[in-house]
Write a protein that binds this ligand. Structure first.
Ligand code: TZP
Ligand code: MG
Length: 211
């Protein structure tokens, strides 16, 4: 298990994905169910609203000792003293982040093709997002799917923690961990569930079975 990223169930959350319910409530339920790391991924909010949401989430998560990671926005990450930042290949380069934000604890980087694994940028990451494992209506600008084969391949090539994202749910979490992922990242199977705590608990149970 990685010391910088020992987490197993990763909630990626936005206000929009919570289907009209408060993001702090949904996230707290998810944490009670077994989520142990959270990423706030807001694509349509102003910086002021993104920051306000981050501060509210951070205050709640601190009481559970669960780290908050901010998607792709250094200003918000700094403003809320987040645990880290997550970027994709078209965002701020990982090689620049620690100079711009020396307090950054966890640096996550999503890879969509195998050649991205071999870049110097990937070397800077504390964990790699395998994006997407399966295509998903939650993020439609993806081109390929890694599938279980992709996870197996990457697992053989790096010792960095691997986070699986894209249509992860209670039915596929176990096989994805068995294929070599360290952590399962979820949006809709938890944020969209009637009972987010129960949904998180069921996925967490499958992860633990596979370890
Ligand atoms: N990156 C790759 S797939 C994805 C992101 C943010 C969305 C995953 O959402 P869901 O609803 O868990 O499939
Ligand atoms: Mg991005």
């Amino acid at each position: 298990m990685s010391s910088i990223f020992p987490y197993r169930l990763y909630l990626v959350v936005s206000q929009h994905d919570c289907l009209g319910r408060d993001i702090v409530w949904v996230t707290e339920q998810a944490v009670k169910g077994g989520v142990d790391v959270v990423q706030l991924r807001e694509k349509h909010l102003s910086i002021a609203d993104f920051t306000a949401t981050a501060l509210r989430l951070k205050a709640m998560l601190d009481t559970y000792n669960v780290p908050l990671i901010i998607n792709d926005n250094l200003e918000v990450a700094k403003a809320c003293s987040a645990a880290g930042i997550h970027v994709g290949t078209t965002d701020i380069a990982p090689s620049k982040i620690k100079a711009l934000w020396p307090q950054c604890g966890i640096l996550g980087y999503s890879i969509e093709h195998l050649d991205q694994l071999y870049t110097a940028e990937a070397e800077h990451a504390d964990y790699l997002g395998i994006s997407p494992v399966y295509s998903t209506p939650t993020k439609t600008d993806t081109v390929t799917e890694w599938g279980l084969e992709g996870i197996l391949t990457i697992r053989g090539l790096t010792s960095k923690p691997l986070i699986a994202i894209g249509s992860m749910n209670v039915d596929n979490a176990r096989n994805v961990i068995r294929a070599g992922a360290d952590c399962i990242a979820v949006v809709s199977a938890i944020c969209g569930a009637d009972d987010p705590a129960k949904a998180a608990h069921e996925i967490r149970t499958q992860i633990e079975k596979a370890l």
